[in-house]
Design a protein around this ligand. Structure first.
Ligand SMILES: Nc1nc2c(c(=O)[nH]1)N(C=O)[C@@H](CNc1ccc(C(=O)N[C@@H](CCC(=O)O)C(=O)O)cc1)CN2
Ligand SMILES: Nc1ncnc2c1ncn2[C@@H]1O[C@H](COP(=O)(O)OP(=O)(O)OP(=O)(O)O)[C@@H](O)[C@H]1O
Length: 190
């Protein structure tokens, strides 16, 4: 009790933050959707996007940044788009996006490409990393908690960016940073 008075700021448990963020993001869906367009415009200005011929993103759910417009824009610009398929042992395989009808909804409710060993691309030029919260002073993130991206990024050597709508933006990481947490190369935010 007494000691707490000396702490400069309190650290939130990652699980609590995740819960809090999901609640908050559900209230901000319309705003996030609006900001998605501005974030895509920012993304298009970056050398990472301009130099990438292969891009990995996700199929967004309703509280995330809208990736549909990212996918369509990338395809229009002649880039190849890859989406993750969740695999055993919390691994992800990135597979080409062909069209919406070729995706199959996973147990987590996320539309995913069908596994095909020959088409796997684990080294796309650019990975757009999803998340629930991002710290703009350190580039650390909190995701849905599967550890999928931390595991994947531990061996990925290309560029990473994250699109950060206002509801996901934190000045600093007031959550616990673990050794396995990986910083995003570039955050784009409103
Ligand atoms: N749109 C989108 N697709 C994505 C991700 C994402 O963040 N967004 N992922 C980014 O990683 C991967 C899937 N992420 C997942 C993250 C957690 C759990 C999961 O097991 N959740 C548990 C609760 C975990 C916990 O709180 O400890 C559950 O639902 O029971 C599943 C998938 C790949 N596809
Ligand atoms: N590189 C790794 N190797 C082994 N385990 C890992 C690795 N990265 C993360 N984990 C484990 O995965 C679990 C979830 O990690 P964390 O809470 O950092 O997820 P997250 O970054 O929020 O989610 P995600 O990366 O799926 O969006 C933790 O139990 C963590 O120990």
């Amino acid at each position: 009790m007494f000691l707490e008075c000396f702490e400069e700021e309190s650290i939130i448990d990652k699980k609590d933050l995740r819960k809090q963020q999901i609640k908050q993001l559900n209230k901000n869906k319309a705003q996030t959707k609006k900001e998605s367009l501005q974030l895509l415009e920012q993304l298009q200005q970056t050398p990472e996007w301009q130099n990438a011929t292969t891009i990995a993103t996700t199929v967004s759910n309703l509280i995330e940044v809208d990736t549909d417009i990212i996918i369509q824009t990338a395809l229009t610009e002649g880039k190849k788009v890859y989406l993750p398929k969740t695999m055993p042992h919390r691994q992800m395989a990135f597979l080409p996006y062909i069209d919406r009808d070729s995706l199959i909804v996973s147990d987590y409710g996320i539309p995913e490409p069908v596994y095909d060993e020959k088409s796997v691309e684990q080294s796309p030029d650019l990975v757009i990393v999803p998340g629930l919260a991002f710290a703009i002073d350190s580039n650390y993130r909190v995701g849905f908690g599967g550890g999928y991206y931390d595991r994947f990024l531990a061996q990925y050597e290309g560029k990473t960016v994250a699109l950060v709508p206002s509801a996901m933006k934190f000045e600093t990481a007031d959550w616990e940073i673990k050794d396995h947490d990986i910083k995003i190369d570039r955050l784009l935010y409103i």
